[in-house]
Ligand binder design. Sequence first.
Ligand code: VGL
Ligand code: ZN
Length: 202
Amino acid sequence: MTAKPALIVVDLQRDFCPGGALPVREGDRVIEPINALVDLFHEKGLPVLYTRDWHPKDHVSFKPNGGMWPPHAIRGTPGARFPPTLHVPHGAAIIDKATSRDAEAYSGFQGTDLAERLRRSGVEELYIVGLATDYCVKNTVTDGIAAGFRLKVVADCVKGVNLKRTDSATAFRSMKGKGAGRTTSQQLLKQLSGRVAVWSSS
Ligand code: VGL
Ligand code: ZN
């Protein structure tokens, strides 16, 4: 395996963790295994990119505006921040999305320069972690594959909203059907720590 990988941390924000405005059950449990991956990618000089749900305060997805969600991830508020325990290397790329009032954007690729950034740094393979499996993870995965990236979901590093109990399982099936692979943080750590850097550092 010589393709240059990147780690994409999807919407790991306080509002999606227990105690937040739109909490994902056990959403905070993914932080520890994600930190281990962030540290190793960073150590290897591999890109780590973070997407953020970054809504205006009157976003169309909010219930008072006819949407389906309680107000959440309002830009500049504490709930939109990363949890204090999440590792974010200095200089890591942060991609804000769903920033305009009238459009929902679950995917980190939608209306952003994420694909260009990845291509510019020679990335061919994506490892996806974060929240939530059944919305922003699923849509980011779908768009990432459509953009031509090889991609794997790190199963122990994602959690779903599960409005319906089975939504995460359905999302996994849908992602697999589109060509997404699946791995675990243990597998990825093992694979990557033994790998000599052969990719360009551009
Ligand atoms: C998300 C619901 C609303 C997510 C964002 O990050 O998965 N879910 N906005
Ligand atoms: Zn949102």
